[in-house]
Design a protein around this ligand. Structure first.
Ligand code: GDP
Length: 175
């Protein structure tokens, strides 16, 4: 009998977008099931991981944190290297983060080529402070050629696992 871990498929997922859109929180939420308002990016690890099942196949998702490098436009090559899928993230309460999506998409394409991607519009719990509507988000996804748009709230634990299940499924279909 072959041990389970030998059958595992590992994938590296990168999460890009402007600072403060909720990237680190998303990783924490998915891998540890927690949400903290002032989680600091000082945990000193490159990634957190979680194993999920995709059609009876264990998939180990390694979620890489930019650790704040995006603030200085200084994301290293190492961060992108070998990425199998990508989350393009913005916040519905931050117009700049929305307008920066094409820049992030281009960077990922340049570094990683054509990998499965999803556009995530986070912080939908802040509906009252929203500065980006659904039509704009759908238009952005279309113009970027990103096939999937997911609205999430890491705070309320809305759709976070949907994001990673989708990427794992897309990746499995591509290999
Ligand atoms: P990053 O810079 O993109 O990694 O963003 P962080 O994960 O550090 O989050 C920035 C801030 O937004 C933190 O105070 C988080 O607690 C908060 N945050 C993250 N996700 C949500 C969300 O879905 N809703 C709300 N209201 N706040 C969030």
């Amino acid at each position: 009998e072959i041990p389970m871990e030998d059958l595992e498929i590992a994938m590296k997922v990168v999460i890009v977008g402007n600072g403060s859109v909720g990237k680190s929180s998303m990783i924490q939420r998915f891998c540890k099931g927690i949400f903290t308002r002032d989680y600091k990016k000082t945990i000193g690890v490159d990634f957190l991981e979680r194993i999920i099942m995709v059609d009876d196949q264990p998939v180990r998702l390694m979620l890489w944190d930019t650790a704040g490098q995006e603030e200085f436009d200084a994301i290293t090559r190492t961060y992108y290297r070998g990425a199998n899928a990508c989350v393009l993230a913005c916040s519905i309460a931050d117009k700049e983060s929305f307008l920066a999506l094409p820049k992030w998409k281009n960077k990922v394409c340049r570094e990683c080529g054509d990998i499965p991607m999803v556009l995530v519009a986070n912080k939908v719990d802040l509906q009252k402070e929203s500065v980006v509507d659904s039509a704009e988000l759908e238009g952005m996804a279309r113009s970027l050629g990103v096939p999937k748009l997911i609205k999430s709230s890491v705070k309320d634990d809305l759709n976070v696992s949907t994001v990673f299940n989708y990427l794992a499924q897309s990746y499995m279909q591509s290999i």
